[in-house]
Design a protein. Structure first.
Length: 141
């Protein structure tokens, strides 16, 4: 609704949210998450199972379970994994004369093991990014 000074425009609230838990720098939060520790304080573990995130940090109280790292970690993991495996395949293809079945025997288990090893690391880093940016899932009330 316009007033005497002209039209009124919505202005977003750009004040930074104050949190009850510590907010480290972006690099620190990512590295702590990649080490599978709480990105906020680095004191407790981030996962209670292979990829199951703790609901909250027992030390600082950060609500770790509210950060939606659902789809990005698998995509990032595959991006990193393919940048590791494809150059090795290309080097082997140009320097050796392996039969096709040997590539399957070598690279399928290698891809599976590397995927299982990298996925929690990438998911922890993603939770660190989300914590630092404040992009959490609001709990249902």
């Amino acid at each position: 609704m316009p007033d005497a000074n002209g039209p009124v425009h919505w202005r977003p609230n750009r004040e930074p949210k104050q949190s009850a838990w510590p907010l480290p720098g972006m690099t620190t939060a990512i590295l702590r998450g990649m080490a599978k520790h709480c990105p906020a304080c680095g004191e407790t573990k981030l996962f209670r199972a292979y990829l199951k995130v703790m609901p909250s940090c027992a030390y600082c109280g950060a609500p770790l379970g509210l950060y939606p790292s659902d789809d990005a970690p698998p995509y990032i993991t595959m991006l990193v994994l393919l940048h590791i495996i494809i150059p090795i395949i290309l080097i082997l293809e140009t320097t050796t004369d392996l039969p096709l079945w040997a590539y399957g025997v070598i690279f399928l288990p290698l891809a599976a093991v590397l995927t299982l090893a990298l996925l929690p690391v990438v998911k922890g880093g993603m939770i660190g990014v989300l914590l630092k940016l404040g992009l959490d899932r609001q709990p249902d009330e």
